[in-house]
Design a protein around this ligand. Structure first.
Ligand code: 5GP
Ligand code: SF4
Ligand code: MG
Length: 457
């Protein structure tokens, strides 16, 4: 998912729309904006793409100089409009809107507890749980009640919480999901990805820190800490696949990190071949890096139909496979008779690589050497990326040579764990880490917390 927030701009809702638009790749199931004019909160949201959801939206009805927005792809909860965020709650003491990127591991247990106490939850999304925890015991929405609530949830989260008078911003103690602060004139801007700042002409100011709770109101921005800050564990998949290449995730440019991954991959797993071809768009940067390091020419051997959405966001495997077919086409004159190094950013379920190897062979490739610019994904993610069961992960179920056989490549190699970390953290001087749990099995949140995973995921 992607979140966006802005404080102190007369065109808050419109700027949020543009910000969300630039983060459309983070979620395509639903989009929404909640705006505040200081008196009341108003919402516009629906299932679908940002453009569709706001096609007929009347921005003159969304007046106010504060807004938060969300683009959704679900890891928990049904794909219905009630689950589209921001969630908005009204009470006699005032309103509260919430936008969340991430995943709560103990949502199921907390839900049961809340229901036991008499709460009636409207959605099946884990985000609503936090709203109830904040309002528990008739609390006002404040730094204190939010801190108390955050200390009860476990997982990965970037939260925006809006009331009539304040905007709260919180990031989990490991900083697993990305979240940055920017400025646009006097206005404060918050976004999952820095590409949203570029989109609206804002400038990056700083990362939200792990365990930090920021309050923005008429007095400006204040920062507190709701938890001891742990070593940062930014999701490695943000670099590998999810984020836009022009974004800086935790101060590291995504394109640069992908290019480094391609270079490391070329060092670790060279191939006897004629050309390097990337699977657009997410592996283009890595393919460029591989080509540069190996000295082989980079070729545009696969063309992408840019009007087809991200395949992984399709809900069923059948639709996913159909999606790949619609989305990518080989360039026969480039491929024919060649030994091709095919670079993809990752293998999750194996759908993409298999299709592409077949596609390249059908287009006359003599050999296809599959090189994956990330380590093999063998463990489920509990932190908000849609890979939550071992069953769906091809590398959790088959040995590497069997996978090569299934996808039909002449050879197959992955980037090593160390190679990936080196590529991401290459130019960093401060010691900060990345989460690599889905590849290494080293979960930054304790196994004790892991045991609380809901049976829904
Ligand atoms: P596969 O087809 O093996 O499931 O997915 C691999 C390809 O799709 C890669 O090119 C990657 O960019 C993308 N992808 C598919 N599903 C997911 C997913 O659930 N999470 C992430 N991060 N990337 C995915
Ligand atoms: Fe990202 Fe993998 Fe960690 Fe999930 S387990 S947060 S996908 S690196
Ligand atoms: Mg891809």
């Amino acid at each position: 998912c992607g979140v966006f927030g802005i404080w102190g701009h007369e065109k808050a809702a419109e700027l949020t729309y543009y910000g969300l638009h630039s983060m459309q790749h983070r979620g395509q199931e639903g989009a929404g904006i909640v705006v505040s004019d200081g008196q009341q909160l108003k919402v516009h949201k629906d299932v679908g793409l940002v453009n569709d959801v706001f096609k007929h939206a009347d921005f003159s009805m969304l007046q106010g100089d504060v807004a938060i927005g969300h683009v959704r792809y679900s890891t928990q909860g049904a794909k219905t409009v009630e689950n589209v965020q921001p969630l908005l709650f009204h009470s006699q003491k005032g309103s509260m809107a919430l936008a969340h990127n991430g995943n709560l591991m103990n949502a199921y247990a907390l839900r049961a507890e809340l229901e036991e106490e008499g709460s009636i939850l409207q959605t099946s999304s884990d985000t609503e749980v936090l709203a109830h925890l904040i309002k528990r015991n008739g609390n006002q929405v404040s730094e204190v009640s939010i801190t108390e609530a955050l200390n009860q949830v476990k997982g990965a989260y970037a939260y925006l919480i809006l009331t009539e008078k304040q905007l709260f911003v919180a990031l989990d103690p490991h900083g697993i999901r990305p979240l940055s602060i920017g400025r646009l004139g006097d206005a404060y801007v918050v976004a999952s990805e820095t590409c949203a700042f570029g989109q609206i002409g804002a400038t990056f100011e700083r990362e939200v820190l792990p365990g930090e709770l920021i309050t923005i109101d008429d007095h400006g921005l204040t920062s507190t800490r709701f938890a001891m800050r742990e070593q940062r564990k930014m999701c490695a998949m943000e670099y590998v696949y999810l984020s836009r290449p022009d974004s800086d995730v935790n101060l590291v440019n995504v394109h640069a990190s992908r290019k480094n991954m391609g270079q490391e991959l070329a060092k670790e797993a060279p191939a006897d071949a004629d050309i390097v071809v990337g699977v657009p768009d997410s592996s283009t940067s890595a393919a460029i890096g591989y080509a540069e390091e190996s000295g082989l020419p980079y070729e545009m051997g696969i063309i992408k139909n840019r009007y087809v959405g991200r395949t992984f966001i399709q809900p069923s495997q059948e639709l996913r496979e159909q999606g790949v077919k619609l989305k990518l086409s080989p360039v026969r004159s480039i491929i024919e008779g060649k030994r091709v190094v095919m670079i993809d950013d990752s293998i999750v379920r194996g759908t993409t690589s298999k299709r592409i190897v077949h596609m390249l062979k059908d287009a006359g490739a003599k050999e296809v050497h599959v090189r994956i610019a990330s380590p093999s994904i063998q463990h489920p993610c509990y932190y908000g990326i849609d890979m939550s069961t071992r069953k769906e992960l091809i590398a959790a179920n088959y040995e590497q040579d069997k996978i090569r056989e299934i996808i039909g490549g002449d050879s197959l190699a992955y980037l090593s764990d160390a190679g990936m970390e080196k590529a991401i953290l290459k130019d960093k001087t401060i010691h900060q880490g990345v989460c690599t749990a889905c590849m290494t099995g080293k979960y930054p949140l304790s196994m004790e917390a892991d045991k609380q995973v809901s049976p829904f995921i």
